[in-house]
Design a protein around this ligand. Structure first.
Ligand SMILES: Cc1ncc(COP(=O)(O)O)c(C=O)c1O
Length: 390
C-alpha cells in the first residue's frame, strides 16, 4: 500500500466519522451578493447566519469604493508591507480603524486570524504570562500556542475570581497579558470588560480584546465593546476583523500604541513574510467605517432587529439567553437534532447554520441566529414563521 492509499483511507475514516456524528459541514454556494436574502441554487433564502451585521457587504458605496481601489491601485501589492507593499490606502484604513476603536495606532492584516497570530508571538517574551478566557476564539488559542517561553493560563469563561487567581500567581518578572473576546462568537455574551480592566490595572497587566463581533454592533455608535461599557480609549490592545460588520470582505487589524504597532511592523511574521491586504479591500473597508460613523441609525436598527428576533423566538418557546450582541444561540445539545433543524429551516426558506463539535464543545450543538440591520420587518416575520413551523 502506498502512502497516498494510506492517507486516503485515514481521511475517509475521519470524514465518515464526521457524517455519522452529524458534524459534517455541507458547503452551499451562494450565487450573488450577501444580503438579508441570498440566492442558493436558484432559490431565495432569508439569511440569519451571516456576519453582515450592518448590511454593508453589498452597500453600493462600499462596492464602489472597492472598485475604485481596484482601478486606482490595481489588483494587488505583489509584495509584503516592508518591501514595497505599503499603499497609501493601507495607511488611510489604519487611521480610520484606530479612530474607530479608540487606539493611538493600528496595523492591518489579511484577516483577524492573522492579526491575532501576528500579535502574541511578537509582543510576548520568555517569562511573560498570557491569561486567556476558555471560550476565546480559535485564532487566539492558536496564536497563544505560538508563543515561546511564555506561561499560558486559561481561566473558565468570564470567571473573574479565576482570572484574579491567575493574575496573582503569574510570574511578576514578566509582562502579564490578559486576552478576551469582546463578544464570544458562539455564546453571544460579552466579556465583563470593566471588571477585567480593573483587575488588569490592579495587577499591572496588559489587556487585549478581540472585538470582531462587537465592532459595528455594540455601543450607540457601533464602536464596539469598549464603547458599550464606556471604556473607549482605555483598552490597551484591540484586535478585530474587517470581515464582519465593516464590509464583510476580509482583513483584520491590531489597534494599539504607536510603539506596539511599530514592533509589529518590524517583527510580526505575517507582516514580514506575507502579502499586504489588497487595495480594493482596504478601500471598501474604509468606506464601511465612514458609513458606520455617519449613519448610527444602522446600529440602532440592528439593535431593534436583534431584540425582535430574540423576543419572537422566546415567544415560540425557544430558550435564548439575554445579551447585547447580535448573536442569539439556541442550544439544542445533540448535533443530529441541530443538523435536522437547520435543514428544515432551509427548506422553509431560512438559512441558519448549526454548530457542533469542534466549533463548540461536544454535547452543546446549537443553532446560531445572527441579526442584521439589513433585515426588513417582512424578513423577520417570515423567519419567525419558519421557526414556528419548526
Ligand atoms: C472573535 C473572532 N476573532 C477572529 C476571527 C477571525 O476573523 P477573520 O475572518 O478576519 O480571520 C473571528 C471570526 O470568526 C472571530 O469571531
Amino acid at each position: 500500500m502506498t502512502a497516498v492509499d494510506d492517507f486516503d483511507r485515514r481521511a475517509g475514516t475521519a470524514l465518515d466519522g464526521l457524517r455519522a456524528a452529524g458534524q459534517y459541514k455541507e458547503l452551499r454556494a451562494i450565487s450573488g451578493p450577501m444580503g438579508p436574502v441570498a440566492s442558493i441554487g436558484g432559490r431565495e433564502v432569508i439569511v440569519l447566519c451571516s456576519n453582515d451585521y450592518l448590511g454593508l457587504a453589498n452597500h453600493p458605496d462600499v462596492v464602489a469604493a472597492g472598485i475604485e481601489g481596484l482601478r486606482s491601485h490595481g489588483a494587488g501589492t505583489a509584495s509584503v508591507r516592508f518591501i514595497c507593499g505599503t499603499l497609501d490606502v493601507h495607511e488611510r484604513l489604519e487611521r480610520a480603524v484606530a479612530g474607530l476603536v479608540g487606539t493611538p495606532a493600528a496595523l492591518s492584516f489579511v484577516s483577524c486570524w492573522t492579526a491575532n497570530e501576528a500579535l502574541f508571538p511578537t509582543v510576548t517574551a520568555p517569562g511573560d504570562t498570557v491569561i486567556s478566557d476558555a471560550l476565546n476564539h480559535a485564532s487566539i488559542i492558536d496564536a497563544v500556542r505560538q508563543t515561546r517561553g511564555v506561561e499560558r493560563k486559561i481561566y473558565p469563561h468570564n470567571d473573574l475570581a479565576e482570572l484574579e487567581a491567575a493574575l496573582t500567581s503569574a510570574d511578576p518578572g514578566g509582562v502579564r497579558w490578559v486576552v478576551t473576546d469582546g463578544v464570544f462568537s458562539m455564546e453571544g455574551d460579552l466579556a465583563p470588560l470593566p471588571e477585567i480592566l480593573d483587575l488588569c490595572r490592579a495587577h499591572e497587566a496588559i489587556v487585549v480584546v478581540d472585538d470582531s463581533h462587537g465592532i459595528g454592533v455594540l455601543g450607540a455608535a457601533g464602536r464596539g465593546a469598549p464603547e458599550h461599557f464606556g471604556l473607549l480609549g482605555q483598552i490597551d490592545v484591540i484586535t478585530g476583523t474587517l470581515g464582519k460588520a465593516l464590509g464583510g470582505a476580509a482583513g483584520g487589524f491590531v489597534g494599539a500604541s504607536e510603539r506596539l504597532v511599530e514592533l509589529l511592523v518590524q517583527r510580526a511574521r505575517p507582516s514580514l513574510f506575507s502579502n499586504a491586504l489588497p487595495a480594493t479591500v482596504a478601500c471598501s473597508a474604509t468606506r464601511a467605517i465612514e458609513i458606520l460613523l455617519a449613519e448610527p441609525e444602522r446600529v440602532a436598527r440592528l439593535h431593534d432587529n436583534t431584540a425582535r428576533l430574540r423576543q419572537g423566538l422566546r415567544k415560540l418557546g425557544f430558550s435564548c439567553p439575554d445579551g447585547a450582541s447580535a448573536i442569539i444561540p439556541i442550544i439544542l445539545g445533540d448535533a443530529h437534532k441541530v443538523e435536522a433543524a437547520s435543514r428544515r429551516l432551509y427548506e422553509l426558506g431560512v438559512l441558519v447554520v448549526g454548530f457542533s463539535f469542534p466549533v463548540v464543545p461536544e454535547g452543546q450543538a446549537r443553532l446560531r441566529v445572527q441579526a442584521s440591520a439589513a433585515l426588513e420587518d417582512a424578513h423577520l416575520d417570515a423567519a419567525l414563521e419558519a421557526f414556528g413551523q419548526l
